[in-house]
Design a protein around this ligand. Structure first.
Ligand code: KIV
Ligand code: ZN
Length: 509
């Protein structure tokens, strides 16, 4: 049997089902392009039938992203399959991914179907999808809690119907590694036509065992693994892509499996997903957490200085963490700035570079040393920008322990400058209320996170907020050495996203 393991990334589908996460089409495309650079084999770009926005995102990714197979998820019905095919058919390589639950719990309480009815539906769905697409994946939802003999029957039936990949999810994260490994092994043994399809696994992290379960599945015959960047996904999330990749790489002698990715893109992918989804990464997160390669205790530090392998099992450089000592400042020229950008993996054209350099100089005037993290944050703000209707032009805050916080804000709107003042519970609240008066769009802040991009009192503050506007959440991001300004920019960024989406929905752009 081949040792090659196929990486199926579901950040844009299951990952986007994380509570509170909502990405627009541009953000999804940006992530999909980065996943292609990372070299995943399959990108699950969304659930096209869920909404027009989801459909557009999957189609845009299918139209534009080259390299990986592009797939979309659908229920096992003709209508869902038709719509999904419409969304993915323009891809270089497309796949239809259809699913139906097989556990008695789901059949009885959710689908109200008998085992026999579900078997017929699954087989018919695969046959129907096959009319469109040679590559069809079938997922037996809640497989790990299904009756194993019935599940084997379903797997055999869908493979006969033409499924090229059969996915056996641990939908509710209930499995434990030894049991899950045995479960995959049993299916491999029981299903007579198993060699005609690739067996896939998709594990959730409710008991914190998604990665361990996935690796156990791989060791017992699964050849596709479904996972998400930073482990995001429904409830406690999915198996984390970077942990699976680095376990297979670091413990090659044990697993003896091949994957085909560009390791140096891992860190950048993780940061991008975290920033665009607004889901921060815990500092102690394996592989990509801030502390993953930091050594605190004196004994550890001394060990690493003598010989890295004393306490480091992976090299941070391998996954694209640069520990460069060259720090830029206000005297650095455009040439040095561009060199640094290239070192960090950004390739900007002349116009983008000039714009980035102006932003860099603005920050350098306020901050003595500009670190790699600062530059990355700056470039992300520029590259991931959507067209701005409202731009912060001026902000004045009056606040203290014994006065009512007051803000005066000026926004540029189509070359005109509008001014408003407001009071609030705090300076950010006051400033956001002043913004509302100008935009006439009233957002509610439902989440707010402030991160220091680098260290020091003059660190750049990055605010990631989630703003609810007319029932939908929009992620906002703002960057500044002044945290009130970063907060207001983040609020305005979310409002601009809302406005941009409205324009698109109304066919104005
Ligand atoms: O968790 C799950 O079972 C899923 C399937 C629909 C693939 O996400
Ligand atoms: Zn799932």
């Amino acid at each position: 049997m081949s040792n090659r393991i196929y990486l199926f990334d579901t950040t844009l589908r299951d990952g986007e089902q994380s509570p509170g996460v909502s990405l627009n089409v541009e953000e999804k495309l940006e992530i999909a392009q980065q996943l292609a650079r990372l070299g995943v084999d399959i990108i699950e770009a969304g659930f096209p039938v869920a909404s027009q926005g989801d459909f557009n995102a999957v189609k845009t990714i299918a139209d534009n992203v080259k390299g990986p197979v592009i797939t979309g998820l659908c229920r096992a019905t003709r209508g869902d399959i038709d719509r999904t095919w419409e969304a993915v058919k323009s891809a270089e390589s497309s796949r239809i991914h259809t699913f139906l639950a097989t556990s008695d719990i789901h059949l009885k309480h959710k689908l109200e179907k008998s085992r026999e009815e579900a078997l017929v539906q699954a087989v018919e769905a695969v046959k129907y999808a096959k009319k469109y697409c040679s590559d069809v994946e079938f997922s037996a939802e809640d497989a790990s809690r299904s009756d194993i003999n019935y599940l084997a029957q379903v797997v055999e039936g869908v493979i006969d119907a033409g499924a090229t990949v059969v996915n056996l999810p641990d939908t509710v994260g209930y499995a434990v590694p030894e049991e899950f490994g045995q479960f995959i092994k049993t299916i491999m043994e029981k299903v007579s036509n198993i060699d005609k399809a690739i067996i896939s696994i998709h594990c959730h992290d409710d008991l914190g065992m998604a990665v361990a379960n996935s690796l156990a599945g791989i060791m017992n015959g699964a050849r596709q693994v479904e996972c998400a960047v930073n482990g995001i996904g429904e409830r406690a999330g999915n198996a984390s892509l970077e942990e699976i990749i680095m376990a297979i790489y670091t413990r090659k002698a044990f697993y003896d499996k091949e994957i085909n990715v560009s390791y140096k893109e891992l860190y950048r992918t993780s940061k991008m997903v975290s920033t665009l989804t607004g889901m921060s990464i815990q500092p102690n997160k394996a592989i990509v957490g801030k502390n993953a390669f930091s050594h605190e205790s004196g004994i550890h530090q001394a060990g690493v200085l003598k010989e890295k392998s004393t306490y480091e099992i992976m090299s941070p450089e391998l996954i694209g963490i640069n520990r460069s000592n060259i720090v830029l400042g206000k005297h650095s020229g455009k040439h040095a700035f561009n060199n640094k950008l290239e070192e960090l993996g950004f390739k900007l054209d002349e116009e983008e570079l000039s714009k980035a350099f102006i932003n860099f100089k603005e920050i350098a005037d306020k901050k003595k040393e500009i670190t790699d993290e600062d530059i990355e944050a700056l470039i992300k703000e520029q590259v991931w920008a959507i067209p701005e209707r409202f731009t912060l032009n001026y902000l004045h805050i009056s606040s203290g322990t014994s006065i009512v916080p007051t803000a005066t804000v000026k926004l540029t709107v189509e070359k005109f400058i509008f001014e408003a003042a407001a009071t609030g519970d705090g300076p950010v609240d006051a400033a956001c209320k002043a913004v509302d008066k100008i935009t006439d769009i009233y957002g509610k802040m439902v989440d707010y996170k402030l991160n220091a991009v680098s260290s020091g009192k003059d660190a750049l503050g990055e605010v990631l907020s989630q703003i609810k506007i007319h029932g939908k959440n929009y992620n906002g991001r703002g960057l500044s050495t002044d945290i009130i300004e970063a907060s207001v920019k983040s609020y305005i960024n979310a409002i601009n996203k809302y406005y941009y989406e409205q324009q698109k929905d109304n066919g104005e752009i």
